[in-house]
Unconditional design. Sequence first.
Length: 371
Amino acid sequence: MTVYKRTIEVKIVESLFKGKMVAILGPRQSGKTTLAKKLIEAYDDDGAYWDCQLADVREHFIVGKPDKLLPLVKGKKVVVFDEAQTIQDIGTILKVFHDTYPGTQIIATGSSSFDLSNKIKEPMTGRIFEFTLLPLSLSEIKAHRPVTRDDLNNLMLYGSYPAVVAAESVEEKKLILKNIATQYLYKDIFTFEAIRNPRVFEDLLTLLALQVGSLVSVNELAGELGISRSVIQRYLRLLEQSFIIKVMHSFSNNRRTELKKAFKVFILDVGVRNALIDVDTTLDVRKDVGFIFENYFISERIKEGSNNSIFPPELMFWRTKTGFEVDLIEKKGPNISAYECKWSDKEVFFTQFKKAYPEAVTHVITPGDLL
């Protein structure tokens, strides 16, 4: 099995034994279990790994009884509780255990349901370092092997989940991607949230995939699906908490000329986006290739911020009421970077944007720039 070096690993190692627990969150199949097991390899017999989905492990987690966990952690410096979100009241249990036995370094991994069920974040405030592990970044893949233009096209078509990238044949990539998109994508949401009509929920994500790169209207989505605005907004929040989508708002300092309340939605893994619509048609004949490339680049910038910065830059887009637009704005403190994505080499002018923000640094991004 191909194991990729994850950029975030260094930051996690540096956070160990600082008096806090560590949480590794991220979508299912993003490599959390592999990374957690790698983290404890250096500790040999002083490390332990436990899968919280197993019944004989789950029986040790009881609210108000931290001693019940001792058989799992006794004599260990580092202990991994994998898929910790599957334990009822996991946040309260780990908080009490940490306060009672602070000498053991706990690493808890879990998908978005940590946030969805609010089982870990609130009870453990101030006691935990939290990291997000997303599918492989282009830089992580490049560190493992050279990336050609054909490789980049495959990444844009089938996405960057580790198992998909490691698959040797196109058919194997499609099969793994289908399993991720149909079996794993909504699992936590359907487990922890009362979704009255799962089909409507899935239809919403398909509509969002079709609108990647375009302005999204809650009213239009509600009308198309026959549900209320409040339900649409709730579903959007759940999808974002599940690391399935990224809601991106507009950048504006001038309410008279720039859009303020508009937003766009991008799918965090472009392979999932294509699996929802069309994963068979090659990029050279697709009419949506420009949107695919924009989605892919924005996903890469999200990973870059998550992997390399404690405080990632804020990601937005820019659009005026008269239609001038910039695909991506990164704002960190006073620094503003603007990116325009182009599938083919084409001259781009930032004239209108530079008039409004002369201090901004501008970039035109093509596939060649990524390579």
